[in-house]
Design a protein around this ligand. Structure first.
Ligand SMILES: [Zn+2]
Length: 101
């Protein structure tokens, strides 16, 4: 990994440059594409495990008609790259699905 500020090189997974303390930008990765309300379930679950989550809606679609059901309401669960594997294991161990519990 390369510092964007001073361009010194350091190990992956570090939160800030050890040299100039410049914070390392988080690289968000797509974990899963789901439909509401599954997104809030997964978000709450992962956050309780200490993994930050952002929900990204497919922009072009959400703004067109404001539909909240069906394939158009698809949302993307994003997690930091370094937590992607862990997050996958966590949600695999839980059975998240569109079914209500
Ligand atoms: Zn630096």
């Amino acid at each position: 990994m390369l510092c964007r500020s001073c361009h010194c090189q350091f190990a992956d997974g570090i939160k800030e440059c050890p040299d100039c303390r410049h914070p390392v930008p988080v690289s968000w990765k797509l974990l899963k594409t789901v439909y509401p309300p599954e997104d809030t379930l997964i978000k709450g679950f992962l956050e309780s495990c200490g993994i930050p989550v952002i929900i990204r809606q497919r922009e072009s679609i959400g703004r067109v008609q404001g539909l909240s059901f069906g394939p158009l309401a698809e949302v993307m669960i994003m997690v930091p790259e370094e937590t992607l594997q862990e997050a996958k294991l966590l949600i695999d161990s839980e059975s998240f699905s569109s079914d209500t519990h």
